[in-house]
Write a protein that binds this ligand. Structure first.
Ligand SMILES: CC(C)(COP(=O)(O)OP(=O)(O)OC[C@H]1O[C@@H](n2cnc3c(N)ncnc32)[C@H](O)[C@@H]1OP(=O)(O)O)[C@@H](O)C(=O)NCCC(=O)NCCS
Length: 147
């Protein structure tokens, strides 16, 4: 499958809004948060595009307070999964965050994402109890990038 990864911006708002609803369902961010991630300084935002359509998105933020870059969202449309797009988005976002320490959080039951993150070298850093809608815990994962 041919796709490219490129920077995203405010013009991608509608595409991201639609993608978010399909990919995250009950966990979809409100529109304002999507606008923030697409426009505020300090975020890395990348989209995967195939045939002119957004098929995946990742965003990351450097949080100096805890000395880590955080992957704040990562999603790929269902019909484009298991083709390496999620992995490629994650890697590029990690690189552009320019931080030795990368963190993210994920539902405990989200096995596809957990498999991807484990394969990429993430380990459990801590648990946030009752974090998601419905009361599910979040696992906070961490990866230390080689120097
Ligand atoms: C998690 C997600 C981004 C993965 O995207 P993807 O493009 O399918 O991922 P990749 O094709 O790059 O997968 C890389 C590896 O991750 C693992 N993996 C990904 N999906 C998997 C699944 N459903 N079952 C088992 N392993 C899986 C595999 O090791 C895979 O390598 P392989 O296909 O060679 O076996 C995608 O499933 C998604 O958008 N899920 C819904 C949103 C979400 O949960 N985001 C993460 C929130 S923290």
């Amino acid at each position: 499958m041919d796709y490219i990864i490129e920077k995203a911006g405010w013009r991608d708002f509608l595409d991201l809004y639609r993608l978010e609803k399909v990919v995250f369902e009950q966990d979809a961010w409100p529109w304002f948060d999507l606008l923030v991630v697409l426009t505020f300084p300090g975020f890395v935002r990348l989209k995967a595009v195939a045939n002119g359509h957004m098929i995946g998105f990742v965003a990351g933020e450097l949080r100096r307070g805890d000395g880590a870059g955080w992957i704040v969202t990562l999603g790929v449309l269902p019909e484009y999964r298991r083709r390496g797009v999620g992995h490629a988005l994650l890697r590029q976002c990690e690189n552009q965050l320019n931080s030795k320490r990368i963190r993210l959080c994920v539902r405990k039951s989200n096995l596809p994402a957990l498999k991807l993150y484990q394969r990429e070298g993430y380990v459990v850093y801590t648990t946030w109890v009752n974090y998601y809608h419905g009361g599910e815990d979040a696992l906070v994962l961490e990866k230390i990038l080689p120097s």
